[in-house]
Design a protein around this ligand. Structure first.
Ligand SMILES: *Cc1c(COP(=O)(O)O)cnc(C)c1O
Length: 433
């Protein structure tokens, strides 16, 4: 399988696309063509790695990694991804729990897969590959966990001092010697700008081999198609129905994977994007004009994106707003509605949801009755509520129990280096790893 940029350059192999992250023309890599599947192609595959093997193998044709595919999948899917029936709900509604990975958010799937691929493509361990990652919270932890202690790989995580939760800060700073955690005295945007400056700095790039692991890497996207395939096939085998999915959406990576799975023939019904108060996608569907803007801070902070970069892939794959809005739904959810949804979820389901997941449960409650009744629904849970306990606990009036993976991480010692958003300070810190 070859890969082309959304701005048309290419072709390149999967290995090049993984290693580069972003195409030289500034576009995002997409496979040349999506393979097609029938549910019967997955007969006999009843584990997630088994489904992933069938689904992802065509994407690895021509890659040096093809013989390692099963090992890569075994490393990626070390944790369960169950769809749990929601007790009090009318109709067939379940919650797809994407939060059982090491850092309790769905980004563990993409980060784990990318790390498993890149570490195998990195043959020269004498000259390590340094992954730079700016994070507003969840991404940095998932990437650090995925690359932790891998030979020949280093990770530099930059996060804005005082703007991530205490638990998030801890999980950015509790890794092995190959992970450098930098607390930056500035904003997330300044962290991101610093990464860009470093990757373009001629002096730094003479001494370091940099790469990035942000969500536009095709290696983060591909494995995410797997849980949509697995959940929809299981549902279809059980009921004969194609479930609809409601997906908390920020940069559109997670939802794009669901759309790709549906394009590949998997039994998926309606797909609805639930965003927070950042309305760029909702306004695009409404006005047909693409107007990216600065992001607003909301309670669902991992979705605070005003310029979702994966829209470029979605438009390339499916079409412009007039086509997209026929194929996808979108609802923008306010902070007040997120808080109300967390409260209703706790009352109705008997457990807490995180603020991101609450955008999906709110959207489900807002469905018109005939649409709601016409389909079975799978609501996507993107993070464990214990990661956002300072928001969730006051609303439900109870402590959210820590899941074992978070308890383990929070028991480790944490360390970080503080820098100003300054390239010279970053360079010094990197030299010290
Ligand atoms: C990153 C993230 C999202 C948004 O996912 P995208 O792929 O950027 O749309 C939603 N919820 C949580 C918990 C996240 O960490």
């Amino acid at each position: 399988m070859n890969y082309f940029s959304t701005r048309d350059s290419g072709p390149v192999t999967l290995d090049v696309a993984l290693r580069k992250g972003i195409a030289d023309d500034g576009g995002l890599f997409l496979p040349q063509a999506l393979p097609s599947f029938a549910v019967s192609d997955f007969d006999g595959s009843d584990s997630i790695p088994g489904v992933a093997h069938v689904l992802l193998r065509p994407f690895f044709e021509g890659s040096n990694l093809i013989d390692d595919l099963d090992a890569i999948l075994a490393e990626t899917f070390k944790f369960p991804i169950p769809a749990t029936a929601l007790p009090a709900a009318a109709g067939d509604v379940s919650l797809l729990e994407l939060y059982h990975g090491p850092t309790a958010a769905f980004k563990d799937v993409g980060a784990g897969f990318l790390a498993a691929c890149l570490s195998r493509l990195q043959e020269d361990t004498a000259s390590p590959l340094t992954i730079l990652v700016a994070t507003s919270g969840d991404t940095g932890g998932a990437v650090a966990a995925a690359f932790d202690a891998r030979p020949g790989m280093r990770v530099v995580v930059l996060f804005p001092d005082g703007r991530v939760s205490e638990r998030q800060a801890h999980q950015l700073c509790c890794w092995s010697d190959n992970v450098l955690s930098l607390k930056v005295k500035g904003s997330f945007d300044e962290c991101q700008a610093l990464v860009k400056t470093a990757m373009a700095d001629t002096e730094l790039t003479l001494t370091h081999r940099f790469s990035s692991a942000n969500s536009i890497n095709i290696g983060r996207l591909l494995p995410q198609t797997t849980y949509y395939a697995d959940a929809s096939i299981r549902h279809y085998r059980r009921t004969g129905n194609e479930p609809g999915f409601i997906i908390p959406t920020g940069n559109l990576g997670n939802a794009l994977a669901c759309v790709m799975a549906r394009e590949m023939g998997l039994p998926i019904g309606p797909v609805i994007l639930a965003t927070n108060a950042n309305r760029t996608i909702a306004d695009y569907f409404e006005t047909l004009e693409w107007l990216p803007r600065a992001s607003l801070q909301t309670l669902a902070s991992a979705m605070d994106v005003g310029d979702p970069s994966n829209m470029e892939r979605l438009r390339n794959l499916v079409g412009e707003a007039d086509v997209l809005r026929e194929r996808l739904g979108v609802l923008s959810v306010t902070d007040d509605e997120i808080q109300a949804a967390i409260k209703s979820d706790f009352a109705e389901f008997g457990f807490a949801t995180c603020p991101h997941t609450a955008t999906a449960t709110h959207t489900w409650r807002q469905l018109e009755p005939e649409i709601s009744a016409a389909h079975d629904w799978i609501l996507v849970a993107t993070a464990h509520p214990a990661k956002f306990e300072t928001i969730v606990e006051p609303i439900i009036g109870e402590t959210v129990p820590l899941p074992p993976e978070l308890r383990e991480i929070l028991s480790r010692p944490a360390r970080s280096v503080t820098i100003r958003p300054d390239i010279a300070e970053l360079a010094l810190a990197i030299d010290d790893i």
